[in-house]
Design a protein around this ligand. Structure first.
Ligand code: NDP
Length: 455
């Protein structure tokens, strides 16, 4: 396929979930492809995001599972947790995954270049060693990196990226933020037995989620290991002997071994070389059209670096659409809606479709079904864990609009509910389905507790 005027048909910058998928698929379709990565193959999701986070999250749940195990007759001598062995096992698996990504690309004929890459003109990339390559199409898939607000002492904080490599588990961690990473790491740290204090500037955790989810998760997360302070900003950080002191805007101070900022991730646009050639929005995200074209038509961007959603499966879907359309002459439309999403906190959150506010605004009259119950799994213990399920239904058409859940397996269930919402099923379809007893998901088939709201 190679156009003789260029070294490559496609040059991908960034070997994360989106970049790797695009490179591999394009090479399969016959294109001559190179990919440049400045760090490790796998990107945020594999190396310092979804996958290692899920390992830590699984580990943190054993403190509760051990209590449940006792209620089912299991007796343990002292249960001890070793951070070092968790991190060692995690590192081993991440290394394996990174290698699989690399091998898959090599087997597909992709040339892997371990270097930063900068775009110097519409068709030219320059590497660290100053070598230049030309490409007919360039795909930017460089992801995002942690954002830190500018306050005095911010150099003392770490991001979730750094947490994975700590030598020891700190005895106390302060987390700043109220989004995905803040809640997931607060659950991990407290579940592993350390103290955690979460400080959030707003009055509603996960502010874009359904309001009931925000309210319930706030109550469910707090424990003797985890405290949450809302409506609070950190104004200054200083090092005092072997720990850090934080000044808060309510005039009080707090202390911690480690401070983790989870204040969002901003696009990594170093490869643009600050030359203003490619347009970005006010958040620094590369502006793309429905075909992922940037302001320079032969340069494309997908994943967290672009102005679409910051989620791994979205980046992978974008990579697929990009290759189908640009290298296989197909016409796949970019239509991404009803993205199921989960927060792997403890308890877990799974959600898909509209929030109550969004549904009311669009449909004007909706039926809201909710159920709060104790899962059978916990009934032999004194634990007070509850499962919460909320479903939103258009009053007129009876179409299912949204599903929100807090409790065990919420993410798994939300994934399947996303199919039902995409298929426009009605509440009666659920009512007519035989529940599978005894399960948590059977509750979805038997929801009767309804209120109707109208705008
Ligand atoms: P989020 O956008 O989820 O949350 C960022 C938080 O930081 C918000 O609570 C925000 O407050 C707060 N914040 C932003 N700026 C400041 C500031 N200057 N001072 C104080 N607080 C501030 O980002 P995360 O960092 O948690 O995660 C990054 C991205 O990674 C997410 O967008 C998500 O898409 C993805 N991700 C997905 C996961 C999953 O699918 N399970 C897991 C982890 C990450 P406010 O609400 O007031 O704006």
């Amino acid at each position: 396929m190679l156009n003789e005027n260029f070294d490559y048909d496609l040059f991908v910058i960034g070997a994360g979930s989106g970049g790797v998928r695009a490179a591999r698929l394009a090479a399969h379709s016959g294109a001559k492809v190179a990919i440049a990565e400045k760090y490790r193959i796998g990107g945020t999701c594999v190396i310092r995001g979804c996958i290692p986070k899920k390992f830590l999250s699984y580990s943190s749940k054993f403190s509760k599972h051990n209590i449940v195990a006792k209620s089912f007759g299991w007796e343990y001598n002292d249960a001890n947790f070793s951070w070092k062995s968790l991190i060692k096992n995690k590192d081993k698996q991440i290394q394996k995954l990174s290698l699989i990504y690399q091998t898959n690309m090599e087997n597909s004929g992709v040339r892997i270049i371990k270097s930063s890459a900068n775009i110097i003109d519409n068709h030219t990339i320059v590497l660290d060693d100053k070598k230049k390559y030309s490409a007919k199409k360039i795909l930017i898939a460089t992801g995002a990196k942690p954002f830190f607000p500018k306050i005095n002492g911010i150099e003392h904080v770490i991001s979730s990226d750094d947490f994975f490599d700590l030598k020891d588990l700190p005895s106390k961690v302060i987390i700043v933020g109220g989004g995905y990473i803040a809640l997931e790491f607060a659950s991990i740290i407290s579940g592993l037995g350390s103290k955690c204090e979460l400080i959030y500037r707003g009055d509603k955790l996960l502010k874009n989620f359904d309001a009931d989810i925000s309210e319930i998760i706030l109550k469910e997360l707090q424990s003797n290991k985890l405290s949450i302070k809302l409506n609070t900003n950190v104004t200054e950080i200083s090092k005092v002997e072997d720990h850090y002191k934080l000044k808060l805007d309510d005039g009080t101070f707090t202390h911690s071994d480690i401070i983790l900022y989870a204040t969002g991730r901003h696009p990594d646009i170093e490869c643009l070389n600050s030359n203003g050639m490619i347009k970005t929005d006010t958040y620094g995200r590369i502006i793309v059209n429905k075909s992922f074209q940037t302001s320079i038509p032969n340069i494309y961007a997908i994943g967290d670096v672009s102005n679409n959603y910051q989620l791994t499966p979205v980046a992978i879907r974008e990579a697929m659409i990009f290759v189908r359309n640009e290298f296989e002459k197909q016409d796949v439309k970019y239509k991404i809606e009803n993205i199921p999403t989960a927060v792997f906190s403890n308890p877990e959150i799974g959600t898909v479709g509209m929030t109550e506010n969004e549904a009311l605004l669009k449909y004007k009259k909706i039926d809201i079904y909710t159920s709060t119950f104790r899962s059978l799994y916990y009934t032999l213990t004194d634990l007070t864990d509850k499962t919460f399920i909320k479903m939103l239904v258009d009053n007129k058409s009876q179409k299912l609009l949204g599903f929100h859940m807090i409790g065990d397996d919420a993410a798994e269930i939300a994934q399947l509910m996303s199919v039902l919402i995409n298929k426009n099923i009605k509440k009666s379809d659920l009512d007519n389905t035989i529940p599978l007893h005894p399960t948590t998901a059977e509750e979805i088939m038997t929801m009767r507790n309804k209120i109707t709201k109208e705008l």
